[in-house]
Ligand binder design. Structure first.
Ligand code: HEM
Length: 566
């Protein structure tokens, strides 16, 4: 198990030397991950974008509208506050793929079909605006902190994103973190085996999602700050425990802070808890950045004419002069947050479905073993030969897009969607959860069917879906910054799990349902907190997973079939 403290990265991103801060030229221009468009003959004709453009324009005010009071009733009286995705499903069934609603004074245009998403995404601004992020900005303003990638807008965002993209966005850059991730995965496996050994049956993990959360936090901290923080230790350091608790606190309370009017903030406990959560998150980030900054300064002072050798992400950002420590403090906690719940929940869902579909798990196990054998630690290049692995992750993200709802405000022009012309500054809400379960795009949409993503299908089975049918990482220049890291992290971990274990869901677990905690999570108790949301969160608490060790001999003798699928 890796020691805590200032362990330097084994996987150093070597090669770049700088003479000192501020002297390095800016890196290559950022390139966003954009889903390939279909060839013209296959592309779905987006309403309003093809021949339909000829029809008379329609007045958008005629679209079905949900009033604010009704929306509040649905959220709080009908209990949809943590299940907005279900409410959107219901709304689509009732109103069709486009309807209006209000969030305070702002009018929202909700979109729930792939062609509609495509039309807005393809007309996005040069500097896209997601939404006003008022809640996050309120905390930064209150503490005079710099804005990060989620909170900055316009040209400033573009500059910040340009700096942050480097050593992060391209697959080849992300691949440089393979050894670091494998080091964390070694510790994850050690911890997993400890937990199994301590269980009554000797093979049980009582909350796999919780363990994934700790893994994802450890992994992203190691990548961003080049520090191990002890999440996978038997006894987790207090700072780390506080940090984990605060993330839970901030997310939970932000759901209420979003929907309750501002005047309730001094009266109800949510707002204070929300701000306190952020404070601890930033305190944690600041400590790590200060340590790194001191380390870099010491190196600069003692460096020879060749300057210092750059190791990891934060080191690069600080030494290349692209971010001041203040800017780094504004940005890195946002990256950190973005990188934990997202990957950990996706891993939990993936494992859940692999457990429920033993034949798919078996096929994946075979694919993995064919490429790596039982003992080889996987490398980035191995994944080229693992199409089912990639398909399983895609399918998981289709069923549970961790960001179930996203949005864009088109600020610089009127936008024509499906024959309606919307004025500048209209906010469009992308109902990703609804879109990626649309039966017209994905037949049998509620089923976990990774094979739908494989191109080598038998004749007659479509292998290509609408390119905007499932876009879990977003689209365009403002799409996910950490996509390649997330994919690598999930692939590396799933391969190791498939190499060594058969994963079975304990029968008492029952069905897991998604709930929205900003991101979509399996219903369970929040990691690191004693607080619960509604009843349905509590009821499904305590999911139990069994990870059966896969000895070579088990495989060869067929014992895998006998070792307790119960
Ligand atoms: C399964 C894993 C993940 C998923 C599904 C995911 C998804 C998303 C989505 C949907 C967005 C919004 C994109 C848009 O508005 O078009 C986003 C933004 C972002 N993500 Fe991720 N994400 C994941 C993991 C990560 C990780 C590991 C990191 C950290 C390294 C990260 C960092 C960010 C950042 C910084 C943004 C804001 C980008 C900007 O506004 O410029 N994400 N992500």
């Amino acid at each position: 198990m890796a020691a805590l403290g200032c362990a330097r990265l084994r996987w150093a991103l070597l090669g770049t030397r700088v003479a000192g801060r501020g002297l390095c030229p800016l890196g290559a221009r950022a390139k966003a991950a954009i889903p390939a468009a279909l060839p013209a003959d296959q592309a779905a004709v987006a309403p309003g974008a093809g021949p339909e453009d000829q029809r008379p324009l329609r007045n958008w005010e005629e679209l079905p509208r949900i009033g604010e009071l009704r929306f509040f009733f649905q959220l709080f009286a009908q209990g949809y506050v943590l299940r907005l995705h279900d409410l959107q499903m219901r709304n689509k069934a009732k109103y069709g793929p486009m309807w209006l609603s209000n969030s305070g004074p702002r009018l929202l245009v909700n979109l729930a079909s792939a062609p509609l998403l495509e039309q807005v995404m393809r007309q996005d601004d040069k500097y896209p605006t997601r939404d006003s992020m008022e809640l996050w900005k309120a905390h930064r303003d209150y503490q005079s902190l710099a804005y990060g990638p989620f909170t900055t807008e316009g040209h400033q965002w573009h500059q910040l994103r340009h700096a942050l993209n480097q050593r992060m966005l391209k697959p080849a850059e992300a691949a440089l973190y393979t050894d670091a991730l494998n080091e964390v995965i070694d510790d994850f496996i050690t911890r997993l085996n400890q937990i199994r050994a301590e269980s009554a049956s000797g093979d049980q993990v009582s909350d796999m999602a919780h363990l994934f959360y700790h893994f994802a936090l450890e992994a992203i901290c190691y990548i961003l700050f080049e520090k191990r923080i002890g999440c996978l230790e038997t006894s987790i350091p207090e700072d780390t425990v506080n940090f984990i608790r605060s993330v839970g606190l901030m997310f939970q309370n932000s759901v209420y802070a979003t929907f309750l009017p501002k005047w309730t903030r001094p009266l109800l406990p949510f707002w204070k808890r929300y701000l306190d959560g952020w404070d601890t998150i930033f305190f944690f980030g600041k400590k790590l950045i200060d340590e790194k900054f001191k380390e870099v300064e010491a190196q600069l002072q003692t460096a020879g004419p060749d300057g210092v050798q750059i190791s990891g992400y934060l080191h690069f950002l600080l030494t290349s002069g692209q971010l001041s420590p203040r800017e780094a403090l504004g940005s890195l906690p946002e990256l950190l947050l973005a990188g934990v719940d997202t990957t950990s929940n996706t891993l939990a869902w993936a494992l859940y479905h692999l457990s429920k579909n033993p034949e798919i798990q078996e096929a994946l196990h075979k694919e993995v073993m064919d490429v790596t054998g039982p003992g080889k630690v996987p490398q980035h290049k191995d994944f080229t030969h693992m199409p089912l692995l990639k398909a399983a992750i895609k399918e998981t993200l289709r069923l549970y897009p961790v960001v179930p709802t996203n949005s864009r405000i088109i600020t610089d022009k009127e936008v024509k969607i499906d024959g309606y012309v919307f004025p500048k500054n209209t906010q469009f809400v992308f109902c990703h959860y609804v879109v990626s379960r649309d039966p017209t795009t994905f037949p049998d949409p509620e089923s976990f069917r990774p094979h739908r993503w494989l191109r080598k299908n038998k004749a007659g089975v479509p292998g290509v879906q609408h390119p905007f049918g499932s876009v879990p990482f977003g689209y365009g220049v403002r799409s996910c910054l950490g996509r390649r890291i997330a994919e690598l992290e999930m692939q590396l971990l799933l391969v190791r799990l498939m190499q060594h274990y058969r994963v079975v869901l304990a029968p008492e677990t029952g069905e897991l349902k998604p709930v929205g905690r900003i991101v979509l999570v399996p219903s369970k108790k929040e990691p690191g907190t004693e607080e619960h949301g509604k009843d349905h969160l509590q009821k499904a608490n305590g999911q139990v997973w069994k990870c059966h060790g896969l000895q070579d001999s088990c495989l060869r003798t067929g014992n895998r079939d006998l070792d307790g699928m119960n």
